[in-house]
Ligand binder design. Structure first.
Ligand code: MLT
Length: 409
């Protein structure tokens, strides 16, 4: 008799953003005359930077010619892209990361979800922020590292509460943990961590022989020059941290698919006897076994982000979304809500103090605007909603006018 992985039964029936999509589809089918503006899932709307488009086309042309055609590429990514990443995202910031520590992939969602496979399932102590990008929790539930979900929380996870009281930057837990998820600039709150705060996490990880999984998919939105873009800006972080980066929100690659994960060679994890093993070799084994690399034209397009023209064009797109974020912050503040985010991140986290799904429904039904209910990100997300700055200026302005009208009514 074929049996299922019963850990899946512990999960909510569907993934947060699938749940929202279903509600929005039901609404639009019932109200075809009421166009909806989507400020829910963080999906970009502006086209790829011109430098990427040109490189993408050139890559396709190479595939059309026998002399330049490419079959399977290196699973870890082409050297031209890995070297551009190491030079621009790390060496330029003084981080000790080499090109062969960079693994190119088709998305940070997949990498954040897959990485847990190389760590033990039995007895591993997890520390996960709340609220949080649901992938971190759900993939650990699937792997069987948690107990049942009781009252909105899984047994076996040390939750790191991010609340108005701590400025949405969680404190280091009083107990030892082994695998720690951190995301800065944060999804969903938009909060950022200072160098001192990250240094404290690095020290905690070292003291506990733990590993930090650092998701910095939104680093391109940092405007404050004192805020670190990478955890490797903290000395010694290459001994305790894996970093995830994505071109999705940086350069509009949500539909093109390209990201990378950094696994430093110094990073080790232990077997049951306490012997240290390099994590780089384990991830390389997993990656080469289960992944055949990102398509060549896509990697060419990604490498173009690091050209002079590409850098300028990326900056322009980020500035565009951050200007949307500033409008959103102002509008919700004028409506009397407190909020965080939007200044170093594309998300604005609004403290509504009310049931977050009810607030979601109100905005959908009365303003035809989609946001993301905070409860979908965890227990501490209740009483909040997230508004994304990813849309055209015209739609953001229209959405804000509709929200103001609906909430003032
Ligand atoms: C979000 O809206 O939280 C993100 O777009 C989801 C993702 O990057 O997978």
């Amino acid at each position: 008799m074929i049996r299922i992985n019963e850990n899946y039964l512990k999960l909510k029936a569907s993934y947060l953003f699938s749940d929202i999509a279903k509600r929005v589809t039901a609404y639009t089918q019932a109200n075809p005359d009421k166009p909806v503006i989507r400020l829910g899932i963080g999906d970009v709307t502006e086209p790829l930077p011109q430098a990427c488009i040109e490189a993408f086309h050139a890559g396709v042309d190479e595939m059309a010619n026998r002399a330049t055609f490419k079959g399977y590429g290196p699973e870890q990514g082409y050297a031209f892209l890995r070297e551009a990443i190491a030079a621009n995202d790390y060496a330029a910031r003084g981080c000790p990361i080499a090109a062969d520590e960079v693994f190119v992939s088709d998305g940070s969602k997949c990498d954040c979800g897959n990485i847990q496979e190389i760590f033990a399932t039995e007895g591993l102590k997890l520390a996960i922020p709340d609220p949080v990008y649901p992938v971190y929790v759900d993939t650990n539930v699937m792997a069987g590292r948690t107990g049942a979900n009781l009252d909105g929380r899984y047994a076996g996870i040390t939750y790191l509460d991010s609340t108005p009281a701590n400025g949405y930057v969680p404190a280091i837990p009083a107990v030892a943990t082994d695998l720690i998820y951190l995301c800065f600039p944060n999804n969903p709150t938009g909060a950022v961590a200072t160098k001192e705060q990250l240094a404290a996490w690095v020290a905690y990880a070292k003291a506990n022989k733990a590993i930090i999984l650092f998701d910095s998919a939104y680093e391109a939105y940092i405007t404050d020059p004192t805020i670190p873009h990478s955890i490797y800006e903290i000395p010694g972080a290459d001994e305790v941290a894996i970093e995830f980066r994505s071109f999705s929100k940086t350069a509009g690659f949500t539909g093109t698919r390209c990201a990378y994960t950094v696994v430093p060679k110094k990073l080790v994890a232990y077997d049951v006897a306490g012997n240290a093993h390099p994590v780089h070799a384990l991830w390389n084994r997993r990656h080469t076994t289960k992944f055949n690399g990102v398509s060549y034209p896509v990697q060419k397009a990604a490498a173009a982000i690091y050209t002079e023209a590409g850098k300028a064009q990326v900056k322009e797109k980020i500035a565009y979304y951050l200007a949307n974020a500033a409008l959103i912050r102002k509008a919700v503040t004028d409506l009397g809500f407190s909020c965080i985010g939007g200044d170093n991140a594309p998300y604005i986290w609004i403290n509504t103090g009310t049931d977050s799904w009810a607030f979601f429904d109100k905005l959908l039904n009365e303003a035809q605007v989609v946001c993301t209910p905070g409860a979908g990100f965890g227990k501490c997300g209740e009483g909040h909603v997230r508004i994304s700055a990813f849309n055209s200026r015209e739609n953001v302005e229209k959405a804000l006018a509709r929200i103001a009208a609906a909430l003032k009514a």
